[in-house]
Design a protein around this ligand. Structure first.
Ligand code: PHE
Length: 334
C-alpha cells in the first residue's frame, strides 16, 4: 500500500495542468479509484489489523487531499498568470494610429503669409475657384484674344467658365462689392496647364490689393511692404525689384530675393544668378479701376506663389513631391 500510494503522491506533485490533476483525483478518490480498492481489500484482512489499516488509509486519504488541493492552487495560479500575459494589452506599445497630425508645408507657409498681412491690417478674402472670363481676364485688362492670355492657359468649362489661373479675380470681386479704401489679401488654390519640377496644375497663391484716394498710394509704399514681408518670411535676405509686365499693373515689377541656398554666390537652384524670383507686383492699372467703375483712386497689388515659398523655406527640390500624399516625406517638414 505504501509504495502504491507513494506513486500517486508523486503524480499529484508532477501534474502539469488542472485537467491532468482532475484525472488523478478520479483515479485516487473515485468510486473505482485506488483508495476505494484499498478499503475494499481491508475487508479481507485479519480483524486485528483492520483498524490499523483503516487508520493508515484515512491518514493517507486526508494528506492526499491536502496534496491535491495545494497542487491545484499552484496550477491555477500558473494558468491565470499565463492567460493574463496572453490577453494583456501592452499600453506602452507603439501605436500607428496615435501620431499627432501637422499642417501640410504649403498650408503652414500660407498661414505665415496670412499672419503677416493680417498684422498689417489686410482683410482676408476668398473668391471662387471656378471663375468666369470677366473676373479672371477681362476686368484685369486681359481682353479676349490678347497675346498676354497665353501666359496663363487653364482648364475651360462651357459658358466662359474656367478654373481661375490666379487669385487676381478676387481683387475684382472685392472692388465690385465694396467701396474704397481697400486693404485685402486673398489666399487660395489656382490652376494652370503646367506640369514639371517647378509647376503643378494646381498650386496656391496669395493676392494682395490696397486701394486708397488718388495720389495716396505710391510705388514706395509697395516697395516698403514687400521688403518688410520678405524679411519676415526669409530672414536677412537682399530684395531686388526688376521691371516686368502684368496687364493689370503699370508699372509692374518682379521681386527677387538673394538665393537662400548659396547666399547670393550662385548655385543650381538660382541658376548661378544669386537671385530667386519670388513674386509679382505693381501699381494697379487704370483700366482695372475703369472695369470696376472706381474713380479718383490709386493702389498697388501683388501676387505670390505659396509652394515656391514653402520650397525655399524647407529646401524642397521637386514641387510635385508636395502633392504625392507621401506622409514619410511630408513629416520631414514638420
Ligand atoms: N496674378 C499674377 C500672376 O499670377 C501675379 C500678380 C498679382 C502680379 C498682382 C501683379 C499684381 O502671375
Amino acid at each position: 500500500m505504501e509504495t502504491l500510494l507513494k506513486e500517486w503522491y508523486d503524480k499529484i506533485k508532477e501534474a502539469q495542468s488542472v485537467e491532468n490533476l482532475e484525472e488523478i483525483r478520479i483515479c485516487v478518490f473515485g468510486k473505482k479509484g485506488v483508495l476505494a480498492a484499498e478499503f475494499a481489500k481491508m475487508k479481507t484482512a485479519p480483524n486485528e489489523e483492520k483498524s490499523k489499516i483503516a487508520q493508515d488509509l484515512n491518514t493517507h486519504k486526508s494528506s492526499l487531499m491536502n496534496e491535491l488541493s495545494a497542487r491545484r492552487i499552484t496550477l491555477q495560479t500558473i494558468e491565470l498568470q499565463k492567460s493574463m500575459k496572453a490577453e494583456a494589452i501592452d499600453v506602452s506599445m507603439f501605436s500607428v494610429g496615435s501620431e499627432a497630425g501637422a499642417l501640410h508645408p504649403v498650408m503652414e507657409t500660407m498661414d505665415r503669409i496670412v499672419e503677416y498681412f493680417s498684422a498689417m491690417n489686410f482683410a482676408v478674402k476668398t473668391g471662387n475657384m471656378v471663375e468666369d472670363d470677366f473676373n479672371n481676364f477681362e476686368a484685369l485688362n486681359l481682353p479676349k484674344y490678347h497675346p498676354a492670355r497665353d501666359m496663363q492657359d487653364t482648364f475651360y468649362f462651357k459658358d466662359e467658365m474656367l478654373l481661375r489661373t490666379h487669385t487676381s479675380p478676387v481683387q475684382i470681386r472685392t472692388m465690385m462689392s465694396q467701396k474704397p479704401p481697400i486693404r485685402m489679401i486673398a489666399p487660395g488654390a489656382v490652376f494652370r496647364r503646367d506640369y514639371d519640377i517647378t509647376h503643378t496644375p494646381m498650386f496656391h497663391q496669395v493676392e494682395g490689393l490696397l486701394v486708397d484716394e488718388e495720389g495716396k498710394v505710391s510705388f514706395a509704399n509697395l516697395k516698403y511692404i514687400m521688403e518688410d514681408f520678405l524679411k519676415y518670411m526669409f530672414g536677412d535676405v537682399e530684395v531686388r525689384f526688376r521691371p516686368s509686365f502684368f496687364p493689370f499693373t503699370e508699372p509692374s515689377s518682379e521681386v527677387d530675393i538673394s538665393c537662400v541656398f548659396c547666399k547670393g554666390e550662385g548655385c543650381r537652384v538660382c541658376s548661378k544668378t544669386g537671385w530667386i524670383e519670388i513674386l509679382g507686383c505693381g501699381i494697379v492699372d487704370s483700366n482695372v479701376f475703369k472695369a470696376v467703375k472706381y474713380e479718383n483712386v490709386s493702389g498697388y497689388a501683388f501676387g505670390l506663389g505659396v509652394e515656391r515659398m514653402a520650397m525655399l523655406i524647407h529646401h524642397i527640390g521637386d514641387l510635385r513631391s508636395l502633392f504625392e500624399g507621401d506622409i514619410k516625406l511630408l513629416e520631414q517638414f514638420q
